[in-house]
Design a protein around this ligand. Structure first.
Ligand SMILES: [Zn+2]
Length: 508
């Protein structure tokens, strides 16, 4: 018998998670050239070994399925599996982080761009020839150096999870541990793609022609990035007003944007800072970093709103909850709070109040927002369908790049590249969290409108309501449970309210 108790697993598990989170934050924010993860995994080997896993499995199997103990067990088990897989892959992760922060893309005409900034530069490049050349060079580098690292990581993690024998397949194990049905969600995604195909075919050509000057047949993903960058609205979203606008909104909804010094905003440019923004809680709820590398224009507003939703959630979690309810759980929940905020970029009243868009351009912008929403949802539905196939495949991943290109290109019309098949891939089905969060945020928005009216975001009682009813709970409840708790009786997670919202925006 080992001496590992639930109490020790929680205590040391929390310290371990805090240290990993801090180290990743320092590296991704550009404060350190590499993340030294392996020493942390080694130091916490006692909560990342067979004993810890067996304890979590034992709790998962023995607790009453309707009890809070069972929730704890579920979250601890999922965390154990993820952390133990990551432990054996720590060296690979360190290599990837070091590679990402030092790699350069070099085009044939000698232009050099930091790999981390390539996506920003592609979206910002108005000259189509230069844009495609940069994307070509980026893809060549990905194929040669980044994709092999990611492929190895995905394969090794899948092998590890399958070796645990929780279910006979990776997908089966995911469903068993998380309680999320892949079959149902994939079915909903297929239906969403079919249902919205006519709208997509109808609206894409106009946006594409107007913004990039080309037709759907020749549009590539790089062109799509340019189109979605929506540079024509930059003047309405000045970088200088970004942080203050969002702080003002949080104050107007009755909350302190810093949550008494718990949230640190880091929105300046810095070499080595990752291009993808993130929120890093290093202690929940006491210390949360919100890191953004400015791209310019409206996308920075969307991103800062999104990360602010995460940060407010973590910084307001009840400090007396156990580790697993503050740190672990169904990430669809935290993503739904992030999306509740980023969806203000589709909210007429919010845009008029906190940006410089003005009444003359608002309807134009809302139509663009509807188009964007449709695009991102179609992209994520396609990603999930592809990832279900990838994780379900019997070990041979060679055909996946073609499947990736076919699935993503069909859903978005933009021509995707085989090089990105393993880089544009959310490990461990994070895409299910996003998709469910998308569904949940629309229900939370409806609940807020019902209680506090259309402009809930500036109602000084709405913020405290969110804290008391949702954020303080951390991630104790699943997204489905929250949907049922805050919605009308019988409410579930579906795409229906999202389709209605897209139609409304496109008719602005
Ligand atoms: Zn997020």
């Amino acid at each position: 018998m080992s001496g590992l108790t639930l109490e020790r697993l929680r205590r040391d598990g929390q310290s371990f998670t805090e240290e990993i989170s801090r180290e990743s934050y320092l590296a991704h924010a550009g404060h350190k050239p590499v993340a030294e993860l392996k020493p942390i995994y080694d130091r916490y080997a006692h909560v990342l070994g067979k004993d810890a896993l067996n304890l979590a499995i034992e709790l998962f199997r023995s607790t009453d399925k309707t009890s809070d103990d069972h929730r704890s067990a579920r979250y601890l088990l999922e965390w154990q599996i993820e952390s133990q897989a990551s432990r054996s892959l720590a060296e690979l992760d360190e290599r990837e982080i070091a590679w990402e922060s030092s790699a350069y893309v070099e085009t044939e005409d000698g232009r050099q761009v930091q790999y981390q900034a390539a996506a920003i530069e592609i979206a910002n490049e108005p000259d189509r020839k230069l844009r495609l050349a940069l994307d070509e060079a980026r893809a060549a580098l990905v194929e040669l150096e980044h994709a092999p690292l990611r492929l190895e990581r995905l394969q090794r993690e899948k092998d590890y999870v399958e070796s645990l024998g929780i279910a006979s397949t990776y997908n089966g194990a995911f469903e068993e541990i998380t309680g999320v049905s892949l079959e149902k969600l994939a079915g909903d995604c297929s239906r969403f793609l079919a249902d919205t195909q006519p709208i997509w075919d109808d609206v894409l050509p106009t946006f594409l022609r107007r913004s990039v000057g080309i037709g759907p047949d020749e549009a590539t993903r790089a062109d799509g990035m340019r189109l979605l960058r929506a540079a024509e609205y930059d003047a309405a979203f000045p970088g200088s007003a970004l942080e203050s606008a969002i702080r003002r909104q949080i104050s107007e909804m009755g909350l302190d944007p810093d949550v008494g010094g718990r949230i640190v905003y880091d929105v300046g440019d810095r070499p080595g800072k990752r291009s993808r923004a993130f929120c890093a809680p290093t202690r929940v709820p006491q210390e949360v970093y919100l890191v953004l590398r400015p791209h310019g224009g409206q996308s920075d507003y969307t991103t800062l709103l999104h990360e602010t939703g995460h940060a407010l959630h973590f910084a307001n979690a009840r400090s007396d909850y156990p580790f697993e309810f503050r740190w672990l759980g169904d990430n669809s929940v935290t993503e739904s709070y992030a999306m509740l905020f980023d969806h203000r970029m589709q909210d007429k009243g919010w845009l008029l109040r906190y940006t410089e868009l003005g009444r003359t351009r608002i309807d134009d912008f809302l139509r663009m927002a509807g188009f964007e929403e449709l695009h991102f949802l179609r992209r994520y539905c396609a990603k999930l369908l592809y990832e279900v196939e990838a994780y379900g495949s019997r070990g041979d991943w060679r055909e996946l790049p073609d499947l990736y290109v076919e699935t993503l290109t069909r859903a978005t019309t933009f021509q995707y590249r085989t090089a990105d098949a393993f880089v544009d891939f959310d490990p461990r089905y994070y895409s299910t969290r996003y998709l469910r969060a998308w569904q949940l945020q629309s229900l939370i928005n409806e609940a807020l409108v019902e209680r506090f009216d259309m402009d809930w975001y500036r109602n000084p009682t709405a913020g405290p309501w969110l804290v008391d009813n949702l954020w303080s709970e951390g991630q104790r409840e699943s997204a489905d449970e929250i949907a049922q708790r805050i919605g009308p009786p019988g409410t579930g997670l579906t795409f229906a309210p999202l389709v209605r919202n897209i139609e409304k925006l496109l008719e602005s």
